[in-house]
Design a protein around this ligand. Structure first.
Ligand code: AMP
Length: 441
């Protein structure tokens, strides 16, 4: 199947050809016809499936045929389509995709997010913008300041809805939705379909078509995952050792806290490895600059807190390192998904100490297999990390995600290393030749 069978018009098809897209991905095949027919949709799709184009392309098609052909002008401070996203990085990335796909169309777009001066964004809104990609907080601020009105809006996209709820945006999202015209088309995309996401969909979306895709076989990442068990205090030395002995040329290194990120950068520097850190404590300009430099290869090792994990398309990235395992399994999946994009192969390496055991159990249980372990003779482990039992059920599996703390940076503070009483091992009695999964005190 080619894109032309999806009833997209020539300027869009040309832009796709310019980008070298040959055929639509599974989510694009399924979503585009429904969106073009005006239906609401709710789609379970992760980044890496081509989901951005699956809503941007039909959105451009509709805006072009509805307004541009009729030369219908947009009033000032008005928008026609709103794409709500959880993070500034994703806002920038989605807007960059719009610019590429709309290259041969006269459709304006803008990314709007907090952490930067609002004045310039206000100025750009003065003449109206066809497609606004925004994070919820800054969007509400703009609406409160009467810099933006929604009365001409007719399309709403909630992208990475699960992530927005995890980050505590539910109140902002509800307030935004209250301000939108009743007559509109709604598209909701989410990597996971939790009860909270379904609740949001129920309140927001009208008789949606439900779409779900696994990753395309062709674009399925071939990510080789392995881990090294280590003592907590040895992690930075082990990482330096791996960087030099494994000839790692470029790596995105995930860590839990801002403080930890800064410390790791200086520890690496002491061993002659130049690295940079990216986290919520750095200004937006610096974060953008660092990401760009990393993409261009000017920075070889980028230490990032979880906030940078989602949605980012870093292009060619062969290696992701979990210096710390994340508290949430989804976060692990998203982190390792930064590598092996668009069918390329990638490697995801985790440094696991005994106090990460609970997280390891949760991750391996989700994967359905244990992750290959490698040992390095120069780094003998004093506190052994046991092998997990694969049907581990994390304590917080059913916690409402809107109540969850807003980022892995905060999650970190509340975690205890020992499994809690109501974490279950459903096959405790199953005969297995692995050691007890619970670390001895
Ligand atoms: P996404 O899931 O939207 O983050 O997209 C993942 C990557 O796939 C991005 O780099 C897109 O540019 C790319 N992509 C999206 N659709 C296609 C397609 N039909 N053919 C080739 N690449 C695509």
């Amino acid at each position: 199947m080619s894109f032309s069978t999806l009833k997209l018009s020539a300027p869009i098809l040309t832009a796709l050809a310019d980008l070298g897209y040959e055929k639509p991905t599974a989510i694009q095949k399924k979503a585009i016809p429904h969106v073009l027919s005006g239906r609401d949709i709710i789609a379970a799709a992760q980044t890496g499936t081509g989901k951005t184009a699956s809503f941007v392309l039909p959105l451009l098609e509709q805006l072009n045929s509805r307004y541009k052909k009729a030369n219908q002008k947009l009033r000032g401070k008005r928008i026609r389509a709103l794409i709500l996203v959880p993070t500034r990085e994703l806002a920038v990335q989605v807007e960059a995709s719009i610019v590429q796909y709309a290259k041969h169309l006269d459709i304006s777009s803008m990314a709007m997010y907090g952490g930067v001066d609002a004045e310039e964004q206000k100025q750009r809104l003065i003449w109206g913008i066809d497609i606004l990609v925004a994070t919820p907080g800054r969007l509400l601020d703009m609406a409160h300041q009467r810099a933006l009105y929604f009365d001409e809006l007719d399309m709403l996209v909630l992208d990475e809805a699960d992530r927005m709820l995890d980050m505590g945006f539910i109140d902002d999202i509800n307030k935004i939705i209250e301000r939108l015209p009743e007559q509109r088309q709604n598209l909701l995309f989410s990597a996971t379909m939790s009860e909270n996401v379904r609740g949001l969909a129920k309140r927001t979306i009208h008789k949606p078509v439900e779409i779900s895709v696994a990753r395309d076989e062709s674009s399925k990442p071939k990510i080789q995952q392995w881990l090294v068990t280590t003592d907590k205090g040895n992690k930075s030395a082990l990482l330096s050792h791996l960087i030099s002995t494994q000839s790692w040329q470029k790596a995105l290194i995930f860590i839990e806290t801002k403080h930890g990120a800064a410390k790791l950068v200086s520890q690496l520097e002491k061993r002659g490895i130049a690295a940079e850190s990216i986290h919520s404590g750095r200004t937006q300009e610096i974060r953008e600059q660092l990401l760009n430099d990393f993409k261009l290869g000017k920075i070889k090792y980028l230490v990032a807190t979880g906030i940078a994990a989602r949605g980012l398309d870093i292009g060619e990235l062969n290696l992701v390192v979990n210096y710390d395992l994340p508290g949430q399994v989804d976060e692990y999946i998203h982190r390792i998904g930064r590598t092996g994009r668009a069918g390329a192969s990638g490697e995801a390496v985790s440094l696991v100490s005994k106090d990460n055991f609970r997280e390891l159990c949760a991750i391996e249980s989700r994967l359905g297999h244990v992750i290959e372990r490698k040992e390095f003779v120069d780094f003998p482990v004093k506190k052994t990390v046991p092998v997990s039992i694969l049907n581990f059920v994390p304590k917080n599996a059913k916690v409402k995600s809107s109540q969850a703390k807003s980022s892995s940076e905060r999650n970190h503070q509340s975690r205890s290393s020992k499994p809690q009483g109501n974490e279950r091992r459903t096959n405790q009695t199953k005969k297995t030749n692995v050691r007890s999964p619970w670390p001895a005190k």
